[in-house]
Design a protein around this ligand. Structure first.
Ligand code: ZN
Length: 152
């Protein structure tokens, strides 16, 4: 026996493309019967008393699997990072993940350095970092506000 709440639905896909949603608990009982090779007509009380031939069932899908199916039909694809992309777009998740990781490593490194230095050294490092960021900002034609004011 499964303990799934009845409000969770599963979709039965028939050979003719029909999609019938019934409570997951009942769908799974039917699924088990199909797996064990039972082939018969069943009346689905949760689907308007519709009677179907279980031999015509091609799939039992969860709501999530149905969603995936709809997206695949719409031309999207799921990359190895589990994100959906339009078929015309190339997945950039690897680079994004790598960039995030590098940013985290740099931040941790910066925090570590900052902890070990005196306040004067910290200011000097911040100034150097600010200057580097400003050069980068200039390169891309962006405005940049200095966090530390230059002495003298
Ligand atoms: Zn991706």
């Amino acid at each position: 026996m499964t303990n799934l709440p009845t409000q969770i639905q599963k979709c039965i896909i028939l050979r003719n493309g029909s999609e019938i949603w019934i409570p997951a608990v009942k769908a799974e009982q039917l699924e088990q019967a199909c797996i064990s090779g039972e082939r018969c007509f069943v009346k689905l009380k949760d689907a308007g008393d519709r009677t179907i031939n279980t031999a015509d069932i091609v799939e039992f899908l969860t709501a999530e699997q149905m969603n995936d199916r709809a997206r695949l039909k719409a031309g999207e694809y799921k990359c190895s990072f589990g994100n959906w992309h339009d078929k015309k777009k190339i997945c950039d998740c690897k680079n994004i993940a790598h960039k995030k990781y590098m940013e985290l490593v740099c931040k941790k490194q910066e925090e570590k350095v900052m902890r070990e230095k005196t306040s004067e050294e910290r200011d000097s490092i911040k100034l150097t970092l600010d200057e580097m960021r400003q050069k980068l900002a200039n390169k891309f034609g962006m405005k940049f506000k200095m966090a530390i004011k230059k002495k003298g």
